[in-house]
Write a protein that binds this ligand. Structure first.
Ligand code: SAM
Ligand code: SF4
Length: 339
């Protein structure tokens, strides 16, 4: 019988987000800024030694353990997951696990169009594309490099292949405010969800104040007409699993074939229905985005534990999941944790 993974607050944990690498080919100003002293403590982004990253074989052992424990959906993120040449192997191995309903990725989509056939053949069920601008100069200013055409090619390739796609934008006042309307227009033209993700005060994000969703909604209403909260659409307009537990507030606009979403990971008020755990690129289990509680997955695997033993360890660790992350702090940047 399939197990259900519960924490000590009665929440069912069925969603695992894995950071498969800390490397990235972009340098987003709020994540991994390309400057000499990007973080307040003066530290500089340093990637892990490749031996510190888990191998595909190790990730697949852990995925099997997680599936045995009760995980049903896996998101591969980073850093940039497409920089891992063995990403199709990871997707294939995880999608083949009978308990896992979906394997999806979060990506900047640079190089995605070319890699998508192999990923789709491996069983990839959905893609979240990070895209902060439709204007080349603004894109380059935010991401440090020009990946706009490639990102859009990636989105088109997903649509052509029938892979559900969502577009994530982190609004930054004075940097990409001119782009909120052009980005929202993608949901008018395409059956995609365009989501505005509130800036979190971690990594390079500490330097930028979050933009209130009401401000963006007001701009959208001025441009497109009245918005309507979508209570039937649970965070998703796609074939990807409908999850009433997700953190997005969803809206419809007149004449749009897609939807608009707003996500606040800080004080989202949804801790009571949180269903997720994460593992960082160096293999640290993170039971809450904002809380340091966790364990060492990599050490457990490298001790030679079997998937069954690891699964029991995971069940025990999940009992330590904090009730909420409101009063605690995360000092590591998103590219280390896995956004
Ligand atoms: N490289 C991939 C990408 O950009 O989609 C995956 C990793 S990235 C860390 C995942 C998500 O985290 C992206 O959508 C990015 O915009 C978001 N992110 C990074 N730093 C953030 C911050 N300080 N606040 C809010 N979102 C952040
Ligand atoms: Fe790279 Fe994604 Fe961070 Fe941008 S947000 S620097 S693409 S990991």
């Amino acid at each position: 019988m399939d197990r259900i993974l519960k924490d000590s607050w009665g929440r069912t944990i069925d969603y695992l987000r894995i950071s498969v690498t800390d490397r990235c080919n972009l340098r987003c100003m709020y994540c991994m800024p390309e400057r000499e002293n990007p973080f307040p403590d003066g530290s500089f982004p340093e990637f892990l030694d490749s031996r510190e990253l888990l191998t595909a074989k190790e990730w697949l052992i852990f995925a099997r353990a997680a599936a045995l424990a009760g995980i049903r959906k896996i998101r591969l993120t980073g850093g940039e997951p497409l920089t891992r040449p063995d990403l199709p192997e990871l997707v294939r191995g995880m999608a083949a696990l009978p308990q896992i309903g979906q394997v999806v990725i979060t990506t900047n989509a640079v190089g995605l169009a070319r890699k998508l056939p192999a990923l789709q053949a491996a069983g990839l069920a959905g893609v979240n594309v990070s895209l902060d601008s439709m204007d080349r100069d603004v894109y380059r200013r935010i991401a440090g490099r020009d990946g706009l055409d490639e990102a859009l090619a990636g989105v088109r390739a997903c649509l052509e292949r029938g892979i559900p796609v969502k577009i994530n934008c982190v609004p930054v006042e004075g940097i990409n405010d001119s782009q909120w309307i052009p980005l929202a227009k993608l949901a008018r033209e395409w059956p995609v969800q365009v989501r505005f993700i509130e800036m979190m005060p971690i990594g390079g994000g500490r330097e930028f104040p979050p933009v209130k969703s009401s401000r963006i909604l007001q701009r959208l209403e001025q441009a497109f007409g009245p918005v309507c909260a979508d209570e039937h659409c649970c965070n998703d307009n796609s074939q990807e699993q409908q999850s009433p537990k997700g953190p997005a507030q969803i809206f419809r606009l007149p004449g749009f074939c897609g939807t608009i979403g707003f996500i606040s990971a800080v004080n989202c008020g949804l801790c009571s229905s949180c269903n997720r755990i994460r593992v960082t690129a160096e293999g640290k289990l993170k039971l809450c985005l904002h809380h340091p509680a966790g364990g060492d997955v990599r050490a457990q695997i490298r001790m030679g534990k079997t998937p069954e033993e690891l699964s029991r360890w995971l069940c025990e660790m999940v009992r330590e999941k904090p009730r909420d992350g409101v009063h605690t702090d995360e000092s590591r940047p998103m590219w280390k944790i896995g956004g």
